[in-house]
Design a protein around this ligand. Structure first.
Ligand code: GLV
Ligand code: MG
Length: 325
């Protein structure tokens, strides 16, 4: 089983910008922002009466282009509403060639992924698009979804990400708090979200998907955003939603390795390569400075180096084989 950080198909998604499909102005502004992914919303940020118009805005924005270098996703409404099928048909028939993923909210089981997969396949065939190119991003936002997260992750090769939706999730489990991302008052013995985050992360890693953290709603509090993002990044998440341009730089920084960690990871890879080679003595456990490194160190270093390379980082230290002085 590979790790998502090393997967050749993994797209970089440190910052995932939410843009309401009802706002042509915001759809346009997103083109110039430094987010890794833009997702155009048809769900909760769009009022029911504005959804039909939002579909048209999104198709127009995607076909106009300008989102170069960004992952382009559209969040449709969930399968319990009356809108999902028309969202998917209108957006994919209208702009399928200019779209990378459909984000499906409030996923509860693998059948909901299968249904979207089959609908996408039919539209791709009808429109002459590459069958299977459009990915699926699955939001886990309720107790049923979390209970079935392994099957959801495994339901289709189209699934690229498993996303935590904290606001809906908090409502789903009756959490006694209204502040997304912060700890519920009264819970003073740890992180109330730890189990949920780890459960999602395990499913994502087991099935080679990316794990994405959801929104932080206090958009003026960038320090608060950074604090919450730091936690999921530390666990191994690949990125987080951003709701405001000010959160983008923080996400891109938090979900990239620190320069010193990136340099160290590249150094471990080079040193391990050299020491395990015939020229380096074909040894499996060796010293790098004061640190002993072995095959497990190489795997950890690959994750950090993979994230750094994907983020376009440059190393600032070269490896010199000991014999070469
Ligand atoms: C996002 O969709 C959330 O519910 O937090
Ligand atoms: Mg939600």
């Amino acid at each position: 089983m590979t790790n998502a950080a090393n997967s050749t198909h993994a797209r970089i998604r440190r910052s995932n910008l939410a843009v309401p499909g009802s706002s042509p102005k915001m759809l346009d502004k997103a083109k110039g922002l430094a987010a890794d992914q833009v997702f155009m919303d048809l769900e909760d940020s769009v009022a029911p009466l504005a959804k039909a118009e939002a579909r048209k805005n999104i198709v127009a924005a995607l076909n106009e282009g300008g989102y170069d270098g960004k992952v382009r996703a559209v969040r449709v409404n969930d399968w319990t509403t009356q809108w999902t099928y028309a969202d998917v048909i209108e957006v994919v028939s209208g702009a399928g060639a200019n779209l990378d993923c459909i984000m499906l909210p409030k996923v509860q089981n693998a059948d909901q992924i299968h249904a979207l997969d089959m609908l996408l396949t039919q539209i791709e065939k009808t429109e002459g698009l590459d069958v299977g190119r459009i990915g699926i991003e699955a939001q886990i936002e309720n107790a049923m979804g979390l209970t079935n997260v392994d099957q959801i992750a495994a339901a289709s090769p189209r699934v690229e990400t498993i996303i935590f939706g904290p606001a809906d999730f908090m409502a789903s489990i009756n959490m006694k708090s209204l502040v997304v991302g912060e700890q519920p008052p009264g819970y003073d013995v740890g992180d109330a979200y730890h189990y949920i985050l780890m459960r999602i992360l395990m499913a994502a890693r087991a099935y080679d998907k990316q794990a994405i953290d959801g929104p932080y709603l206090q958009i003026k509090d960038v320090d608060g955003y950074r604090r919450v993002a730091d936690r999921s990044a530390a666990l191994g998440f690949d990125g987080k939603w951003v709701l405001h341009p000010d959160q983008i730089a923080a996400a891109n920084e938090v979900f990239s390795p620190r320069q010193e960690d990136y340099d160290h990871a590249e150094l471990i890879l080079d040193a391990y390569d050299w020491h395990t080679s015939a020229a380096g003595g074909a040894r499996g456990a060796v010293m790098l400075g004061d640190e002993m490194i072995d095959e497990a160190s190489r795997k950890m270093a690959l994750v950090i180096a993979g994230k750094g390379r994907a983020a376009g980082m440059q190393r600032t230290q070269a490896f010199t084989p000991p014999d070469a002085g």
